[in-house]
Design a protein around this ligand. Sequence first.
Ligand code: NAI
Length: 335
Amino acid sequence: MTQTITVIRGDGIGPEIMDATLHVLDLMSLDLSYEYADAGLVALEKHGELLPAATMESIRRNRIALKSPLTTPVGEGFSSINVELRKRFDLYANVRPAKSFPNTKSRFPENVDIVTVRENTEGAYIGEGQSLSEDGETAVLQQKVTRRGSERIARYAFELARRTGRQKVTVVHKANILKSTSGLFLRTARMVAQEYPDIECNEMIVDNCCMQLVMKPEQFDVLVTTNLFGDIISDLCAGLVGGLGLAPGANIGTDAAIFEAVHGTAPDIAGQGKANPCALLLGAAQMLDHLGKVDEAGRLRAAIVQTLESRDSLTPDLGGDGNTMSFARAIGRRI
Ligand code: NAI
């Protein structure tokens, strides 16, 4: 059956990397059809709002979206569109793989294969309970962690490990200091771990985890953690393997899932054909996994690896002299 996906071409380099990604997907006979929807600055200009109702309706109907980066205007009273999408569709699992790739500017060109599973809706990012005293001298932030939120993200991490043949889940926390929030998260994750005797589970305090990631990243497999720690750690992991041009992310909920590149709209190179399409292509591979097209996802990842190995038409960020579309065509030739 043809699967319709909502395609958001986004701002800045967004349309360039989306065209490149769809070029490759179109070569794969995937039985996908695309429903285009606007969000971000382009939507504000066309429809007068950053996240039009028609876009929300499209995602609700199709339950799957492939999204390029979006610009949220700064300091004009707009809240982040990405945070808004996560909230409205309860996209509770942010899944970010970081894997060594050949011929990248990476400190770890091999042996890193980590998936960070970040709780995406709670913690320090609830957007409530922030206050600044009248004299501007004292700021307060509330965090919220629930047993339900902790349980479903922990279960997601263990299920992902089991489904993808991974061996170990590391619960990253700060329960020694943040006894209520991180404590509840850790206790709940421990309980969930008992249901998965086939998956090794260990625990690590977040500061030690950061050091260990930089010193010895090959010891990690799946990391599961709360919102703020996950935000930081997943960027750290992206940095280990060569940076933003190769970092995809999935935002997964029960009723919808949105797949994307982790990077932003890169206004400094927009419209120049210099953008590396790999992060969005790898996001598309996560989408194919989610749709049960696991072999096709594997083919796509293999074609990306082969293209990097042969240095065929790589974009300037990878030290090549290709452009966004020539890189995509080189990947397409290897599909
Ligand atoms: P950025 O990720 O857009 O750019 C940081 C640096 O990385 C720039 O030098 C850029 O040229 C480079 N870069 C990023 N993606 C690249 C790619 N695919 N190929 C080659 N080079 C690439 O981060 P920045 O500058 O902090 O943010 C720019 C805008 O993007 C802001 O408006 C921000 O709000 C938005 N943004 C949107 C996100 C999303 O929609 N998921 C995520 C992060 C930022």
